[in-house]
Design a protein around this ligand. Structure first.
Ligand code: N7H
Length: 462
């Protein structure tokens, strides 16, 4: 079985707190940092058992991950971990990811990409708790680290808690790894090595798509690299969401159907862009109206495949119940790639919203004035088969599976160019919509490696 006490808590099921602070730091004094990593930080690192349901938790949960330049600074054996995306860094991948270069990026992710050595994640119920931990950490660490950038993220208030800024319930569908969780109906079950480096299934890919970068070698490859086992690559992206603009698009383009009011037509358009209603109910199971009971029921809200009910085969072209390009269908095609489900391209998502609610002025002008969005966090054992594959080969590919069905209307991108998507109008699924601007704008990020606790103790801090 898995050694859960050795695996950082955010990886497999997430720290799941209402407040989360991301501290991007540089290491200014390697020797002192290594000593403090062991004496101060390691005892605060939250392992998986502490985030399991019913566990007693500290007030503030902490996880830590390192960039490639960070592992180089710490002088570990093979800081590349055999992952070329990790080694290259996210900045190098910007255009491939569909960003218009780094024009919209947070300056620190560009200018200080080599100085950001790691990220500390602090999660708690209150910002006061986070700040208390941060203050004591900073006074203990002194000047052996430098803050380069930070982001305070928070769940949305009141009834919107758990919903991202466009209004949709998030955190419903994440894969379960074999032998760890009992899967809920419809939940993907993936080999442990899909998410954790060095576990069965890691890099166990016989046929890689021709465009995919080939890793140098499976990780870990030699005994001296065993420290990478049970770590996971953490992809961080600050994804700005243009909420008033998104809402205006829905208002301007309601699905017209006799049984629907214009508001219901707009809601239907939004739901078909995601593949779920705001409550979380999948449009495949509830094609015309939201169904909050279904959305909230974890036994039912993920239990579908896109296959025609009663059949076990893939259903590649029918869009009547869910567009082929809907965000959740692009990023997890389920039966569309055949059953049993493909287990190669799965990530565990642990993102959280950041930024304030839409103001009255923004709503009435249909224009974003204050930045808000998603602090996107994804874990996988191979970045090019995980996050990069979902973004590049699926979301940004208008011909994925069915030619000319268009981009993922939420996250699909073509370096800022206008995009098209079909399938959104159930009364005419060949109708094409033009998305003149992106509703999600990448502000960039970095690739990190979230090591096991034993790697922190025995390798990174010595
Ligand atoms: Fe996505 N959204 O509100 O539209 N996402 N996502 N995502 N996403 C999901 O099923 C959203 C992003 C995936 O298993 C839901 O938990 C937004 C990136 C995957 O069926 C909602 C942003 C990538 C799934 C959103 C964003 C993904 C998923 C439904 C950016 C990867 C699970 C809730 C601001 C490259 C699919 C749920 C499945 C679900 C939204 C980003 C991937 C509501 C707003 C960058 C794999």
């Amino acid at each position: 079985g898995l050694n859960l006490t050795d695996i950082q808590g955010d990886i497999l099921i997430g720290m799941k707190k209402n407040k989360e602070f991301f501290l991007f730091f540089g290491i200014s004094n390697v020797k002192t940092f290594k000593a403090k990593l062991r004496s101060t930080i390691l005892p605060l690192v939250t392992p998986t058992p502490e985030v399991l349901p019913g566990a007693t938790q500290p007030n503030t949960l902490l996880n830590i991950a390192f960039s490639f330049p960070g592992l180089v600074a710490l002088n570990v054996t093979d800081p590349t971990i055999g992952d070329v995306s990790f080694t290259g860094g996210q900045e190098q991948a910007a255009s491939n990811l569909g960003d218009p270069g780094t024009t919209n990026w947070v300056p620190q992710f560009v200018n200080d990409a080599n100085s950001i050595h790691g990220v500390i994640l602090l999660a708690s119920d209150t910002v006061d708790n986070v700040n208390a931990t941060l203050n004591s950490l900073q006074s203990e660490l002194g000047d052996c680290i430098t803050e380069i950038y930070s982001l305070q993220a928070a769940a949305r208030p009141g009834a919107e808690q758990g919903h991202e800024h466009f209004g949709f319930l998030d955190g419903i569908s994440n894969p379960a790894v074999v032998g760890f969780q009992t899967p809920l109906p419809g939940q993907a079950v993936v080999p442990t090595g899909q998410i954790l480096v060095g576990e069965p299934g890691d890099q166990n890919i016989t046929v890689r798509p021709s465009w995919a970068k080939v890793a140098f070698y499976p990780h870990p490859s030699t005994d001296s690299e065993q420290w990478v086992k049970d770590g996971s690559f953490l992809v961080f992206r600050q994804l700005k969401q243009l909420v008033p603009e998104f809402n205006k698009f829905l208002t301007d383009n309601p699905i017209r159907e006799p049984a629907l009011t214009p508001q219901q037509g707009s809601d239907l358009l939004g739901a078909r862009m995601i593949g779920r209603w705001k409550s979380g109910a999948p449009v495949f199971l509830s094609p015309f109206f939201d169904n909050a009971t279904l959305g909230n029921d974890t036994q039912l809200n993920n239990d579908f495949t896109y296959a025609v009910p009663g059949t076990n085969n893939s259903n590649t072209t029918d869009q009547s119940k869910c567009p082929v390009s809907a965000h959740i269908r692009k990023t997890r095609p389920r039966a569309d790639l055949g059953l049993p489900e493909n287990t190669t391209h799965h990530i565990v998502r642990g993102g959280i919203p950041y930024g304030p609610e839409v103001t009255a002025a923004e709503a009435s002008s249909n224009t974003t004035e204050i930045e808000r969005g998603l602090a996107f966090v994804a874990y996988q054992s191979d970045i090019s088969l995980g996050f990069e594959f979902l973004q590049e080969a699926w979301a940004n590919n208008p011909n994925f599976r069915v030619p000319n069905t268009g981009y993922d209307p939420i996250i699909g991108a073509d370096e800022g160019a206008q995009r098209f998507v079909t399938g959104l109008d159930p009364t005419n699924t060949s109708r094409s919509f033009t998305l003149a601007t992106d509703f999600v704008v990448s502000r960039g990020g970095q690739y990190f490696f979230s090591p096991s606790l034993s790697a922190i103790a025995n390798t990174l801090s010595v």
